[in-house]
Write a protein that binds this ligand. Structure first.
Ligand SMILES: Nc1ncnc2c1ncn2[C@@H]1O[C@H](COP(=O)(O)OP(=O)(O)OP(=O)(O)O)[C@@H](O)[C@H]1O
Length: 253
């Protein structure tokens, strides 16, 4: 379970306070799939990083039933997928995926885990390839495989499919849903894309100017089809919510 109470984050930039998050109060049950959706700059990444333990909140608290990650020591229990795959260009696909597990498990276990996620993501043929030999979609899959290799209890994804073409994106959304249904980690997925939010999440939180402004429970069975009336109606509802909001004003002098 992940719970935050009265969570706030203020960045100090050139003498100004940037209120990136204000009074966030949410509870994410173990095994749930939560999506944070909102416009650029509304605080989604900041909240994800706070969930991971990569930044300290200015106010309030976060309770997790697993230890936080740190920049110098990646956690096996938390998988984090960045906006861009951030692969190490001098390492092969396999080495990139296994990097965070080095010295944390036996070589045999590491090899087995890497082979498992390579197969799960359909990347076996590219195990020895270097990142510059991969397409954008493949590099995204390697980023996802690297986050999954520790079989994390908490999977945090920051717009992992934003740069992909529509077909690849749809395929990876399906793969992520399948993996989540099989392993049931607690997932937090950040996106700008309302349709993606409705296709993936159990719960979607709408964010605006550092606040959570609405919660939507998506009680639609999976697999979900974006063309069905239930999905389009939910998408319309969330978009209307955004249209009714004011423009964000995050800088408080
Ligand atoms: N390290 C930082 N130092 C100073 N300000 C920051 C920092 N990180 C984020 N901010 C500011 O905090 C606010 C929220 O940023 P954040 O990256 O969390 O938003 P976001 O919703 O994830 O945006 P995007 O969708 O563009 O990634 C923005 O005004 C941003 O400029």
């Amino acid at each position: 379970m992940l719970e935050c109470k009265s969570l706030g984050k203020i960045y100090h930039v050139d003498g100004n306070d940037v209120h990136a998050l204000s009074d966030i109060n949410i509870t994410l049950p173990t095994g749930s799939f939560t999506v944070l959706v909102g416009p650029s700059g509304c605080g989604k990444t900041t909240l994800l990083r706070a969930f991971a333990g990569l930044i300290e909140p200015t106010t309030g608290s976060i309770h997790r039933d697993i230890p936080p990650c740190s920049v110098i020591s990646p956690s096996l229990q938390i998988g984090y997928v960045f906006q861009e795959p951030r692969l190490m260009p001098w390492l092969t696909v396999s080495q990139n995926i296994g990097f965070g597990l080095k010295n944390k498990t036996s070589k045999q276990d590491l090899n087995r885990r890497v082979a498992d996620v390579l197969s799960m993501m359909g990347l076996e043929r590219f195990a020895q390839a270097r990142p510059d030999q991969l397409s954008g979609g493949m590099a995204s899959r390697v980023g996802l495989a690297r986050a999954l290799v520790g079989n994390p209890d908490l999977l945090l994804l920051d717009e992992p499919f934003a740069a992909l073409d529509a077909m690849t994106r749809r395929r990876l959304q399906g793969e992520l849903t399948t993996i989540w249904m099989a392993r049931k980690p607690t997932v937090v997925f950040v996106t700008h894309d309302v349709e993606e939010a409705v296709l993936l999440g159990d719960v979607v939180y709408r964010m605006h100017a550092g606040l959570i402004t609405e919660r939507y429970d998506i009680n639609i069975p999976r697999p979900r089809d974006p063309t069905t009336e239930k999905i389009t109606a939910m998408r319309r509802l969330i978009l209307q919510g955004f249209e009714n909001e004011e423009q964000p004003s995050l800088i408080n002098k």
